[in-house]
Design a protein around this ligand. Structure first.
Ligand SMILES: Nc1ncnc2c1ncn2[C@@H]1O[C@H](COP(=O)(O)OP(=O)(O)OP(=O)(O)O)[C@@H](O)[C@H]1O
Ligand SMILES: [Mg+2]
Length: 363
């Protein structure tokens, strides 16, 4: 049975539909990432589930019961707000204990659990401090501890890691994943960081302008994006706009991009006025020396000649920007395998990618 079921939820502010007909169900113990650009309705969706905002239409069911008439504290939902909203006059320990006290948990149990929660978020020893004596990241971790402390039926985390610096954010992300797994909390975690969404979620829901653009496993979202918005929003991508399509042979379709480049694809779309957008992921592009005799690994491969504009070694990956004839640019990401594989700006290269790695979207 699903632990959470949203049916056709809509919320308007004036003319603007902040949430526009969302339906969503969730199984117990799963972690769902809600990913989307600023203003797409993520926080509004969480507030509706938690009972802080009432929807104009639609229903919220928790464990099979319509909770529309229940106040937030009656819903057994743990919410970590985007601005974490700690009680400023209370100590860290009192903040974490707040929800448990409200629910009449025995004092001895509260004390033990507060200490355990604080150790979970690496804040042991800070029990007596007040929020203004903590950094932003520390405050956010207190808020996480507070949300987890009540052992909620559904845990809603709104940008739980956004106030942390990059290193701590990465550490806490893994910790958060372990914590969620170990307590088996049914969780929706909101983020506009795609890497965070793909790492934390068993499933990812991508939102765009109040609607669900796609729901799927991280792999499905990345490898089979439902539309151009999802393809562009998740992962890096190279785009070609093509308006003409030539006859297909061997199950391949050739498109001629606006800059004259011919690109072969496995997928095809019917011709339309607006043409199509072709997308190639940078890690699907292989680079070879442009001075070597030309040979494509197979007829299925696209070969584009260009000149290296920029090489950026970013840890495990190297980002190579290539200028193609017609001045369009292509980003290729290769593994940083160390010495002997350097590519230098100014060098001529050929970019190879398979027709099956080209995604085709209708304009
Ligand atoms: N109380 C409100 N009154 C009027 N408009 C609102 C209100 N709350 C949200 N909105 C609008 O609804 C839209 C969705 O807001 P929401 O806070 O849900 O976005 P979000 O996806 O959480 O964005 P972010 O990533 O920036 O936090 C925005 O355009 C916002 O301005
Ligand atoms: Mg928000």
């Amino acid at each position: 049975m699903s632990v959470l079921n949203l049916k056709d939820i809509t919320k308007k502010y004036g003319e603007l539909a902040a949430v526009d007909g969302i339906s969503l169900d969730m199984e117990r113990g799963k972690v769902l990432s809600l990913l989307g650009p600023s203003g797409c309705g993520k926080t509004t969706t969480l507030r509706i589930i938690a009972g802080f905002t009432s929807p104009d239409t639609g229903t919220v069911e928790i464990a099979g019961k319509d909770v529309g008439h229940l106040r937030p504290y009656e819903r057994n939902v743990g919410l970590l707000f985007q601005d974490y909203a700690l009680f400023p006059h209370m100590t860290v320990a009192e903040n974490v204990a707040y929800g448990m006290r409200h629910r009449g948990t025995p004092t001895s149990e509260i004390t033990t659990r507060v200490l355990r929660m604080l150790s979970l978020v690496q804040l042991t020893g800070m029990e007596a401090r007040r929020p203004h004596q903590l950094s932003g990241g520390q405050q956010q971790r207190v808020a996480l501890a507070r949300a987890l402390a009540i052992d909620p039926q559904i845990l809603l985390l709104d940008e739980p890691l956004s106030a942390l610096d990059a290193k701590l954010r990465l550490e806490l992300r893994l910790e958060l994943k372990e914590i969620l797994r170990s307590v088996g909390a049914t969780t929706i975690v909101v983020t506009h960081d795609q890497e965070e969404a793909l790492t934390l979620g068993d499933e990812v829901v991508v939102m765009n302008a109040g609607k669900i653009a796609q729901r799927g496993t991280p792999t499905q979202i990345y490898e089979a994006p439902a539309d151009k918005f999802v393809a562009e929003f998740v992962g890096r991508s190279n785009w070609f706009h093509a308006s003409k399509r030539s006859q297909s042979t061997d199950g391949l379709t050739s498109y001629v991009a606006d800059d004259g480049l011919e690109i072969r694809t496995r997928a095809s779309r019917p011709d339309s006025e607006g043409g199509v957008d072709l997308c190639v992921r940078p890690e699907d592009i292989e680079l070879v020396d442009g001075t070597a005799p030309e040979s494509a690994p197979s007829p299925e491969h696209n070969v584009l000649a260009g000149v290296v504009l920029d090489v950026a070694p970013l840890g495990a990956d190297v980002h190579v920007v290539i200028e193609l004839p017609g001045k369009s640019r292509l980003l290729a990401i290769r593994k940083n395998v160390g010495r002997g594989s350097e590519i230098l700006p100014g060098q001529s290269v050929r970019a190879l990618f398979s027709a099956s790695d080209v995604l085709v979207f209708q304009r």
